[in-house]
Design a binder for this molecule. Structure first.
Ligand code: SF4
Ligand code: SF4
Length: 341
């Protein structure tokens, strides 16, 4: 089932959906980028099409909605604990195909990684629905085709592709189909656009020999990487967090507990009691991050964690390329397997 709408008709449909729901989408924030006079694309509330940035990739991922960087989980007093109130409305998030695949990775970690599900994640996850933004042009850093995340065929309410002055929507939800029809949409079969070619390519090694852990391939990152953690914070599949208790009283018995995003690249991440630290050098941290994304996660769950969105390349202040690193690791693995290292 599909619909073709004018921009005005699509806005009417969006307004109808927004009456009882929170709608988030990538928004171009002019002048709010990292450097003077630069822009940034971040997730924000939207109510009409003109607010949505459909062509550029968001600099920060949708995960700000599912797993905010800092989130109060509950408040405590000396005698009781109260879970933080949350807006109970349904949430709709616009995202591209690679990010739809990233949701599966978040679900894997928070909901299907052991006996217990994360109740705070589940509570919001159960209220979130998705709109697929069709991808008509690959970003320079994207390698979604090699990661198999360039196409999504289900899991969304409807898709959006702007072609000329019209909006093409593949609609999977009956309520949305009715809204589109009521707003003047023309019924016609629609297939969401997706890219079939990226400029960036990666070759993922199938196996990682143990000797790769001590391979010199990691050494350059000890000098280049500054351990800022930006690559983790923009990554749609990074899920690490830490806990912070904020006390309102001096006796430490009244306050709130927050879940705060953490990064395996920053100092202190592997600190343990007694002053130990497992991964002291940036090269060791890079090894941990990269192998988790392209090998260790797959070993446990059967598919790679990285979705090839390229955001970590876009944000790194040291111009460290994740895709280039994958290819260097693959070359090092081949050399080990051929006996030349
Ligand atoms: S590791 Fe980089 S390319 Fe892979 S999903 Fe994370 S941000 Fe995207
Ligand atoms: S963004 Fe770049 S410099 Fe910062 S921790 Fe990641 S790889 Fe290192």
């Amino acid at each position: 089932m599909g619909y073709i709408l004018t921009k005005e008709a699509f806005d009417r449909a969006l307004k109808t959906l927004a009456q009882e729901r929170l709608i988030y989408a990538p928004v171009l924030k002019v002048g709010e980028g990292r450097f003077t006079d630069t822009d940034v694309v971040r997730y924000d509330y939207v109510t009409e099409l003109s607010q949505i940035e459909l062509s550029k990739k968001s600099d920060y991922a949708f995960k700000e909605i599912l797993t905010p960087l800092s989130e109060t989980l509950f408040f405590f007093t000396e005698n009781e604990v109260k879970t933080a109130d949350r807006d109970q409305r349904e949430v709709i998030v616009f995202m591209k195909s690679c990010d739809m695949h990233a949701v599966r990775r978040l679900d894997q970690i928070y909901l299907n990684n052991g006996i217990e599900q994360d109740p705070f994640y589940k509570e919001i996850r159960d209220r979130v629905k998705y709109v697929l933004i069709g991808c008509q042009k690959s970003g320079a850093d994207c390698f979604c085709v090699d990661m198999g995340t360039n196409k999504t065929t289900d899991g969304y309410l409807f898709s959006v592709d702007v072609i000329g002055d019209e909006i093409y929507c593949d609609v999977k939800c009956e309520e949305c189909a009715k809204i589109f029809a009521d707003c003047g949409g023309k019924e016609e079969a629609v297939e969401p656009k997706y890219v079939t070619e990226n400029a960036t390519h990666v070759t993922i090694p199938e196996q990682i020999p143990n000797s790769i852990y001590k391979n010199p391939v990691w050494d350059e990152y000890s000098s280049r990487c500054i351990g800022c953690g930006r690559c983790n914070f923009v990554c749609p599949t990074c899920t690490c967090y830490t806990m912070q208790d904020v006390y309102y009283t001096e006796n430490g018995k009244v306050g709130e507990r927050r879940r705060v995003g953490a990064s395996c690249m920053v100092d202190g991440y592997t600190n343990v009691a007694g002053g130990g630290q497992y991964r002291k050098t940036k090269g060791e941290r890079m090894r941990f991050k990269v192998l988790h994304k392209i090998f260790d996660f797959r070993k446990r769950f059967g598919y790679d964690m990285c979705v090839g969105c390229g955001r970590c390349d876009m944000v790194c202040p040291e111009y460290i390329s994740f895709s280039a690193c994958i290819n260097k690791v693959n070359k090092a693995v081949e050399e080990v397997q051929n006996g030349s290292n």
